[in-house]
Design a protein around this ligand. Structure first.
Ligand code: ACM
Length: 779
């Protein structure tokens, strides 16, 4: 056995337990280095560097921050290994930092490890920082432990790494408004980010449910605005709402903020503070009601959602915001200030004489333009102080402020539009970057806001959309994950939702897509989860949910079913006759042909142990399977069922609207034409819709079915009116069927008319709502 093999074996013993070929487990592909994010270039050599009591540190770099970086790793190494690295000018048994001989890319580094020494070269502080982080990750996971580890050999495999990031903006966001976490927790959040080469911390400091930053000029912001009378118990969709009645709150003093900013800087992280405007401002209005548009007595919100109470664009409000921003700029030296801009209902502005006067005076056509005017005024102020604004993608509505950077959260479209218009963009779409969504389960998981974003999905995220040309793509600064904390009452829960998914996003942001592979990532992921455990992080689960997809082969006229599990170690067993899917049932190897309607049951197994939930799904082999579908109104690409066969794939959506089967239409009706493969005699059309008002999804009011044979005109086949009220709470999955005289048809049209906007009673009244359909079954 070669020495190199031995080293790799000891470094990667974490995968050996699962490599037993006789068990019900697949052979994983071995990653040859444990780093996350994966470096751009590396080559392993023979031998290893042994860290011992005589190892020295020799800092030849000309950048002063590097001493601090060395102090940080020295403290950690001493804590876990007992080895205290001493400074010296040794070149053997030493860790050397030296200026790169030729200029390296920004934040780039070279790391060379041989038996004698570890050499880190860089051209800037961040480069040295990341070189050291990579060195730490090459040591055994125990190096991150919080107490001394006995019997561990502290060796680093000989290697040569040349590394630099793909994106300059590598961000995580934390909402401290819905729940508040003490300053030490924020520091821990920052520590973990830095370890995986994140460099932007978006600190969401103000919300409807709490104002969290001390502002000296406006003390009531924290005396009043930082405290709420109670908090919603359970999920928002559990009605009637219940409250715990306990006062809740907290805020960061300016001294704490300064300390956190300094702490982040020492870890090469810039903080982007967010001061929300004009919406999500109830806490500020509770403190200073004169900033609102009405005379009501505002209260800090005790439940979640979007509220109609927003800042009035008065001179008083601008003075207040400018004063607040002045103090914020004193505390945060970074270029960007985030001004929010999302989810601002316009009812109060529509009813306000002052707003209508401003609109007339400024020649603004509607309230969206008024919001744009508001944001542009704030931008002008911040620009005059040498700062730039970032805002959520709603700032595109009514005209984008001239120098604004856009955070694209409602999908990628806002980001695409902004990049095409020459604006910088940070991609943070709900579909891949919302870490408040479930990562596994939802069965067995702690309550989350909804959705489903397993780590595999995060890993597959591509921040640069195909729609952009090379020049426009330069405007994509990078990606960010958001931690909205309605359902994260304590900090361990924040960590649970963040990790391990943030490991996947770290690689998305750093590593060139051609070098990424889920199979290669997986063993590194397991290793880094061990590291995180040593650091006291309880990681979330890796989903073992089985995915089912169907494909229709038009040549063979066959529908096939395909199964997939994200865990590369898992094997799938399945049955098609209703039997329980134990290891005694057929093992899934490849897609199989669906001959008739059937009930599929499938389960993933590792080492003969069932993991994750069972998949139980009916497959309907109906006349429309494999048809082409034409959409008069495009479906949203936000949900997984974004393909044009989703409505006729033989699979019905279930009780979870984000289960990957439902297709969504945002702010529009559904109008589709289904072109059968051959003209066929048919006599019924049925389809399901789903309602979940808490997620802004409503059933249609009316559904019409039309049909035609060959090129004749569409004839009405029937219609159905929905009588289920839009105020019905919880989840309603409703099937609508239209039967008609059997006739030979080529094409069928379905028009489902919905609400388009959330109804007036809804907390997000007036904002675009959703219509979700699946499956359209024709027989
Ligand atoms: C957001 O999630 N409202 C930006």
């Amino acid at each position: 056995m070669s020495k190199l093999y031995l080293i790799i074996l000891s470094a990667f013993s974490f995968i050996l337990f699962s490599c037993n070929n006789t068990s019900n487990t697949k052979e994983p592909k071995q990653a040859d280095i444990p780093l996350i994010p994966l470096p751009q270039e590396y080559s392993l050599a023979e031998g290893s560097f042994i860290l011992n009591g005589q190892t020295q540190i020799n800092n030849l770099s000309s950048l002063k921050e590097t001493d601090l970086f060395l102090e940080q790793i020295t403290a950690q190494i001493e804590k876990s290994s007992g080895i205290r690295l001493q400074k010296s000018d040794a070149e053997e048994n030493a860790i050397l930092l030296q200026n790169a001989k030729t200029e390296l890319p920004k934040e780039g580094y070279k790391l060379t490890v041989d038996k004698q020494k570890v050499v880190i070269e860089a051209s800037d502080e961040a480069g040295f920082y990341y070189g050291l982080q990579s060195m730490m990750q090459l040591l055994p996971p125990e190096i991150y432990a919080q107490e001394k580890q006995i019997g561990t050999e502290w060796s680093i495999p000989a290697i040569s790494i040349n590394d630099y990031p793909r994106f300059s903006y590598r961000g995580l966001h934390l909402d401290v408004g819905r729940h508040f976490y003490p300053a030490d927790s924020v520091k821990k959040f920052i520590d973990l980010m830095a370890q995986y080469k994140y460099n932007r911390f978006h600190w969401h400091l103000t919300e409807d449910q709490g104002w969290r930053i001390e502002i000296k000029k406006y003390p009531k912001l924290t005396e009043v605005g930082a405290w709420r009378k109670g908090t919603l118990v359970g999920h928002y969709s559990d009605k009637p709402h219940q409250f715990d009645g306990k006062e809740y709150g907290g805020y960061y003093t300016q001294e704490e903020v300064k300390e956190i900013v300094r702490y982040a800087e020492e870890r090469c992280i810039t903080i982007i503070p967010e001061i929300e405007m004009p919406g999500h401002s109830r806490a500020a209005l509770a403190a200073y009601p004169e900033l609102g548009c009405t005379d009501e007595q505002y209260e800090v919100a005790t439940k979640w959602g979007v509220f109609t109470e927003v800042y009035c664009p008065s001179e008083k409000t601008f003075q207040f915001l400018q004063d607040v921003l002045d103090e914020v700029m004193e505390l945060f030296p970074g270029k960007y200030i985030h001004i929010g801009g999302d989810e601002c209902p316009k009812q109060q502005w529509e009813e306000s004489a002052l707003c209508q006067d401003i609109m007339k005076r400024e020649g603004l056509k509607n309230e969206h333009e008024l919001q744009s005017w508001f944001i542009q005024r704030i931008e002008k102020y911040l620009n005059s102080k040498g700062r730039s604004i970032i805002g959520w993608d709603e700032i595109l509505e009514g005209g984008l402020a001239p120098n604004a950077t856009v955070m694209s959260w409602r999908g990628m479209d806002g980001g695409i539009a902004a990049a095409k218009a020459g604006h910088d963009v940070v991609m943070t779409p709900t579909s891949h970057c919302y870490f408040d969504y479930y990562q596994a389960g939802p069965e067995g998981e702690p309550i989350a806001i909804g959705g489903f974003t397993p780590i595999r999905k995060v890993y597959d995220f591509e921040p640069v959309p195909d729609e952009l040309n090379e020049k426009q793509a330069q405007h994509i600064l990078g990606a960010q994950a958001n931690l909205w904390t309605e359902y994260m009452p304590d900090f361990p829960h924040v960590l649970y939702m963040t990790w391990p998914r943030a490991l996947a996003l770290a690689e998305v942001n750093w590593t060139m897509p051609t070098k990424k592979s889920w199979e290669n990532f997986f063993p590194r992921l397991i290793r880094q989860m061990k590291v995180l455990k040593y650091e006291g992080v309880r990681c979330g689960k890796i989903s073992s949910r089985i995915k089912l997809q169907t494909h229709y082969d038009r040549k063979k006229e066959e529908l096939t079913a395909e199964l997939h599990c994200d865990n590369p170690l898992a094997r799938i067993h399945y049955s098609t006759h209703g039997d329980e899917p134990t290891t005694k049932r057929a093992q899934y190897h490849q897609p199989f042909v669906v001959q008739h309607d059937l009930l599929l049951r499938a389960r993933a197994f590792v080492e003969d142990e069932a993991i994750g939930q069972e998949l139980k799904k009916e497959i309907f082999l109906h006349t429309a399977c494999g048809s082409t579908v034409n959409y008069a109104v495009p479906f949203s690409t936000k949900y997984p069922a974004g393909g044009s066969s989703a409505l006729v794939d033989g699979l019905k959506g279930g009780a979870d609207f984000a289960d990957g089967f439902w297709q969504g239409f945002n702010g529009e009706d559904m109008d589709v034409i289904i072109n059968l493969r051959h003209p066929k005699e048919v006599g019924s059309i049925s389809m399901q819709f789903i309602q979940k008002e808490a997620s802004w999804i409503f059933l249609p009011r009316k559904i019409e079915a039309w049909g035609r044979f060959e090129d004749t005109k569409m004839e009405k086949l029937g219609e159905i009116t929905n009588t289920i009220p839009d105020s019905t709470t919880g989840t309603v999955v409703q099937e609508f069927s239209i039967a008609f005289e059997p006739q030979k048809l080529q094409s069928l049209q379905v028009i489902a008319c919905g609400l388009r906007k959330n109804p007036p009673w809804h907390p997000a009244a007036g904002l675009d709502c959703w219509l979700f359909c699946d499956e359209i079954i024709i027989r």
